[in-house]
Design a binder for this molecule. Structure first.
Ligand SMILES: [Zn+2]
Length: 133
């Protein structure tokens, strides 16, 4: 295996394991960058049927316990080439961490779509900065 993006010699199970390891590595990098180190955050690779419709991930948190669980769509439900899939999974991680960053703000049903819009913008900007280097 030449590198993480060169997966032609990996079977589906190995790709899934590699994706999970990648996602956990990126979670650790981004939670430090976002100063979320006080939180205990874990990732669960989740089949599409267990995610909300038209989403690739999600997050639940407990403010008192400072714990959070991020769901990321499982590799076996992705139709993308391996490298692009990893990029997309990383975007999900950053996106959900930005939601967590905003967890202390008041939320309502009315603020949900504005929050989603802001989170998409911030997560996209963070990743494009990261990938410029
Ligand atoms: Zn969101």
């Amino acid at each position: 295996m030449a590198g993480i993006a060169d997966s032609s010699c990996l079977n589906a199970k190995e790709q899934g394991q590699l994706a999970e390891r990648f996602v956990n590595e990126r979670l650790s990098v981004w939670s430090k960058r976002l100063n979320l180190e006080g939180w205990k955050i874990s990732v669960i690779m989740t089949r599409r049927d267990d995610l909300k419709t038209r989403t690739l991930g999600g997050i639940r948190w407990d403010k008192d316990k400072k714990s959070a669980v991020i769901k990321v769509q499982d590799a076996s439900d992705y139709q993308l080439p391996f490298g692009e899939m990893l990029d997309d999974m990383e975007l999900t991680i950053v996106h959900e961490l930005v939601h967590l960053e905003l967890a202390s703000l008041p939320r309502s049903e009315a603020s949900r779509s504005s929050e989603e819009h802001a989170v998409n913008g911030i997560a996209g900007a963070l990743l494009s900065l990261d990938r410029q280097r």
